[in-house]
Write a protein that binds this ligand. Structure first.
Ligand code: ADP
Length: 476
């Protein structure tokens, strides 16, 4: 069975800011269940508390002229070795990617060091057949493997997979980063390390990886077009033969209303009666009028301008409150958007409640308490919240893009096309109308709840991809 070394900047439950963390918390155990030997390399950020887990000291990590000696801490979880790279000078900070809303200026060094540390782990601690790197943070690894260690017998026959979780985050740095990392100037060319005059980590991952995946089949097609390609569509189109879309799964051991301890009451598709209690508990917790009948919409999102469509939600809601719609929104991000949401809540305190921040428990309660769930994304690589919504009977109202089209259909949710508040408002309007017919609405909920997006099927696709790569590997 293949030995897989994953490299990423987040993995739930240790550290998570979004879907990337969810994937690294669930995919590795699902692969281990299929018999793969899996380890995951992560930075040991300040927030990761691991008592007495040190298995290695003094691992030499070079990121250009910068030299670090890393400790490695290990936690075995669900059959997977999670290996944390402890370099306090790089990772022992208040934030993960930024502090007070500005990116750390040495992020290129911090994450180049992560790839180099993973190569060190491969040498001494866990020797893989496949490196599986995730997002820009780990994207230099395939390049290092081929260009820096191409002649090193330790790595003969080792193959690389690179997964794009979100093309909008590219890890682009000014050209001075090249010298900071002592990268070979000959590789500073368009389509390799150079992107619009600067250094792009993500592009390097695309260029050097043996296989490329992204997190839904629709997104795999979309990123080859100018609308979704963020300037990399040309390279992605020419990389199409090595690119596949594999849908993320949901971790139903965490996201299941039949067993979720965070809820006021548990319920299932067979017996939905307690969902009403969850709705009342949510209304109470958020200080909204305690009336179980009018529809309640939910939002849980990073408040990122340009991706999540949150600016459409505030505009559409300002119109829909007249029709009795209520909203609970949970999220944080751009301050201007947070302010818009706060403003809406103070204008309609009976109908709209907003919690700015990150709150895992409340996220589960919103899914359970809401009748419908809004995801009007401009683009959505996969999206997990709509998958959770389906399972919790919060009917998704989504824009027909990326993973949203691959998971929601007109029988289980409501889809719209134009990226506009009008289009969102009319899709929500259709949902409100459908909500009036309780029987049909319950059937729609039940159908959504019965959909299965568990990791098993997706993990099998990754497993096959690894096997194909290893079968086709060139002999040394
Ligand atoms: P993305 O990765 O683009 O942020 P996804 O829908 O793929 O979007 O994943 C988002 C994940 O992060 C989900 O598990 C969601 O519940 C969680 N999440 C996002 N914002 C918050 C928040 N403010 N509080 C709690 N969980 C959140």
């Amino acid at each position: 069975m293949p030995r897989i070394l994953m490299v990423a900047s987040e993995a739930a439950p240790f550290v998570k800011t979004g879907g990337l963390g969810d994937v690294l918390g669930a995919l590795p155990p699902a692969l281990a269940k299929l018999g793969n030997d899996v380890a995951v390399v992560l930075p040991r950020y300040r927030g990761v508390a691991l008592p007495r887990a040190r298995i290695w000291d003094g691992l030499l990590v070079n990121a250009g002229p910068n030299e670090f000696f890393a400790g490695v801490d290990e936690v075995v979880r669900q059959g997977v070795r999670y290996l944390f790279i402890d370099i306090p000078a790089l990772y022992d900070r208040a934030g993960i990617y930024y502090d007070s809303k500005a990116d750390y200026p040495d992020n290129h060094v911090r994450f180049a060091a992560l790839s180099q540390a993973a190569l060190g782990v491969a040498r001494y601690i866990f020797r893989p057949d496949i490196f599986h790197a995730h997002d820009w943070h780990a994207a230099l690894l395939p390049m290092y493997l081929r260009e820096t260690f191409g002649g090193d017998p330790t790595f003969f026959g080792v193959r690389t997979v690179f997964t794009i979780h979100n093309l909008g985050y590219q890890g682009n740095f000014p050209p001075s980063a090249l010298a900071d990392l002592a990268l070979d100037r000959a590789l500073f060319r368009p389509g390799l390390l150079e992107f619009h005059g600067g250094l792009s980590f993500l592009q390097a991952g695309i260029a050097w990886a043996d296989a490329l995946t992204t997190v839904s089949p629709s997104y795999a097609r979309e990123i080859q077009t100018p609308e979704f390609g963020f300037g990399m569509e040309g390279l992605l189109k020419s990389s199409a033969p090595k690119l596949t879309g594999i849908l993320n799964g949901a971790d139903y051991s965490e996201w299941n209303p039949e067993t979720d301890w965070r809820l006021a009451a548990r319920y299932s598709a067979a017996d939905l009666s307690n969902k009403r209690e969850c709705k009342m508990a949510l209304l109470r917790e958020m200080g909204l009028r305690l009336d179980p009948d009018p529809p309640l919409a939910g939002v849980i999102s990073r408040m990122a301008y340009g991706q999540k469509g949150m600016e459409l939600v505030t505009k559409a809601m300002a119109r829909l409150v007249r029709h009795g719609l209520r909203l609970v929104a949970l999220g944080s991000g751009d301050v201007a958007l947070e302010t818009e949401f706060r403003g809406l809540a103070s204008a309609y305190p009976d109908q709209i409640a907003v919690r700015i921040g990150y709150d895992e428990t409340l996220a589960h309660r919103v899914e359970a308490g809401a009748d419908m769930f809004l995801m009007p994304s401009r683009y959505e690589p996969c999206g997990l919240n709509q998958i959770y919504s389906l399972r919790y009977g919060a009917v998704p109202v989504v824009r027909a893009v990326g993973g949203l089209v691959d998971t929601v259909d007109p029988d289980t949710g409501f889809l719209f096309h134009d990226y506009s508040a009008d289009a969102l408002a009319s899709a929500i309007g259709a949902a409100i109308e459908a909500y009036q017919d309780r029987g049909a609405w319950m059937n729609r909920m039940r159908l959504g709840m019965s959909k299965d997006f568990s990791w098993d099927a997706s993990a099998l696709q990754y497993h096959r991809l690894y096997q194909n790569l290893l079968e086709r590997r060139p002999s040394p």
